[in-house]
Design a protein around this ligand. Structure first.
Ligand code: FES
Length: 123
């Protein structure tokens, strides 16, 4: 879900792409610090999920949107954009990321495990 009032902090967010570069319903692959992330614009909202299908690893950014879910192009299983839950197999879930929009840019919050490793490296 898109956070429009996020607390800006340089080290916690990646600046990913201009909002106007995202096409409605089409995936956009964003890569940073070893993370490949699929971004999807749905109206004025942007959603971010791992670009790795938890079933067999296909690229979710190559998928398409249907009723609030990204459809994996390989086996057509659906993953809900808000929380990554697979709608076809209850035990599968794609990782999702918090998204914010500020000044026309889409920001993706770094995962907590990455923040932790960076904090440790600074000490
Ligand atoms: S690889 Fe994505 S549904 Fe099978």
């Amino acid at each position: 879900m898109t956070d429009r009032s996020f607390d800006w902090h340089d080290e916690q967010w990646w600046r990913a792409v201009k909002l106007t570069s995202l096409k409605e319903g089409e995936g956009f692959l964003f890569s940073a610090e070893g993370h490949d992330i699929a971004l999807f614009r749905v109206g004025e909202e942007v959603f971010a999920v791992d670009d790795y299908c938890p079933h067999m690893g296909d690229s979710l950014s190559a998928g398409w949107i249907d009723q609030g879910a990204v459809i994996c192009p390989r086996h057509m299983w659906a993953f809900r954009l808000t929380d990554g839950q697979c709608l076809d197999v209850a035990s599968l879930r794609a990782r999702t990321y918090q998204v914010a929009i500020r000044d026309g840019w889409v920001y993706v919050k770094k995962p907590a495990d990455l923040e932790g490793s960076q904090s440790e490296s600074k000490q």
